[in-house]
Ligand binder design. Structure first.
Ligand SMILES: [Zn+2]
Ligand SMILES: [Zn+2]
Length: 180
């Protein structure tokens, strides 16, 4: 989706689009190692301008398909978030004012040639939603480090050796001679 800044009416504009999996694959380089997938993304975009500065609000809703970092199973993470951007015309890039304008919820960016390309922002917001350690559930037990079975659905005898995995367990056998 591209927005031509000079065509944004005084009252602002609103657009709704949806993208499919092919769009994502096209947008992301290094697709072989993509850590997530989607079926569909719904985007609502609102833009208004003050002079040449454009205020953009993006609402991104999708179901992220992620791999659980513990049990390696695929799971769905629903995402529905709204983000705001402030876009300045590149020719008018301020010097030293950037820090002042950049807040936590305010992404400061620039556009050129009267055009705002919204797609990279959508990708950016999707990627920001991916947890550092994606988990199918808080309580996911993961895989047995010894035999590799899924401990959410199966059990094995290795769990009874829990004490050995505790790095402090070894301290129990440590004899400290204070007189030395
Ligand atoms: Zn899991
Ligand atoms: Zn096991």
């Amino acid at each position: 989706m591209k927005i031509t800044v000079s065509t944004i009416p005084d009252a602002g504009l609103e657009r709704e689009v949806s993208y499919d999996r092919d769009w994502l694959i096209e947008m992301l380089p290094g697709r072989d190692t993509m850590p997530f997938m989607i079926e569909m993304v719904s985007v609502r975009c609102r833009a208004s301008k003050l002079g040449t500065t454009v205020s953009l609000s993006l609402r991104v809703a999708t179901n992220l398909q992620l791999e659980c970092c513990r049990c390696l199973k695929e799971f769905i993470l629903p995402v529905d978030s709204e983000f705001n951007y402030m876009l300045l015309r590149a020719e008018k890039m301020p010097k030293g004012e950037e820090i002042e304008l950049t807040g936590e919820d305010l992404g400061l960016d620039y556009y050129r040639d009267d055009t705002i390309d919204v797609d990279p922002m959508i990708i950016e917001q999707i990627v920001l939603q991916i947890p550092l350690k994606p988990m199918c559930a808080e309580s996911c037990k993961g895989l047995c480090p010894q035999c590799g079975i899924d401990l959410n659905t199966e059990t094995c005898d290795h769990r009874s050796n829990d004490g050995k995995e505790n790095p402090f367990a070894v301290l129990k056998n440590l004899h400290i001679d204070k007189n030395k």
